[in-house]
Design a protein around this ligand. Sequence first.
Ligand code: MG
Length: 263
Amino acid sequence: MKTPRENAVPIKTPRDLDAMREAARRLKLLMRDLIAFVQPGVTAKEIDLLAAKLCRDLELKSGAYGYGHGSNRFPGYICVSINEVIVHGIPGPQKLQEGDIVTLDVAASHKGFFADTAITIAVGQIRPELAQLLDVCKRALYEGIAQARSGNRLSDVSHAIQEYTEAHDMNVVRAFVGHGIGRSMHEPPSVPHYGPPGRGPFLRPGMVICIEPQITLGSPDVKFLPDGWTAVTVDGSLSAHFEHTVAVTSGEPEILTEFEAWN
Ligand code: MG
């Protein structure tokens, strides 16, 4: 059982926040180049090799590489999750095809502080229902971010995401949650993307959380492939995933990982 202290949500100092902004600034440069690289015919592994090079160039340390316990460590620098893969896709030889959707989920640290972001992008032209999936998932994330305000409670974020998603006849994955972030990639609190409002810790300036809804067109239930990492929808339905690193302030939420690709 965790003590209350272990459950406490860390509060960042102004210096910590500056360090996190710098990590996020570099992560955004990396994401720009990765997104520009995605097109039909490119393999997930090629995207990962570019990510590895960009990490070196930008002095970023991948959070994904070697993540895990024991012998089954994550082998990629980033997660590349194609179509029905919800999260934790291992970058491999699969070629992207026109009409696919692909999620690039990248967490990295610079000088000991992490930033974390994910974006699902269209490979060439995609079907209208997939374009709508991406749109609803991104908007659901922003509905959650709008609740990340001092004085609100954590589950106000969660609830806003679920409400928006289900109002658009889509489903929120329960098996994975967002998280606090700072000197570690994952810190308290856990940030579910569903549930009733008015629960959990009060949000305070200096808290930094990753909000990262995964939204499906069909079942939100998850199964894992034999590699132990790749999480797919049980029914093969397609899935989107958008994530921002968000600082709670005394005013508007500060989105550390937002740049023009999000507009
Ligand atoms: Mg995350």
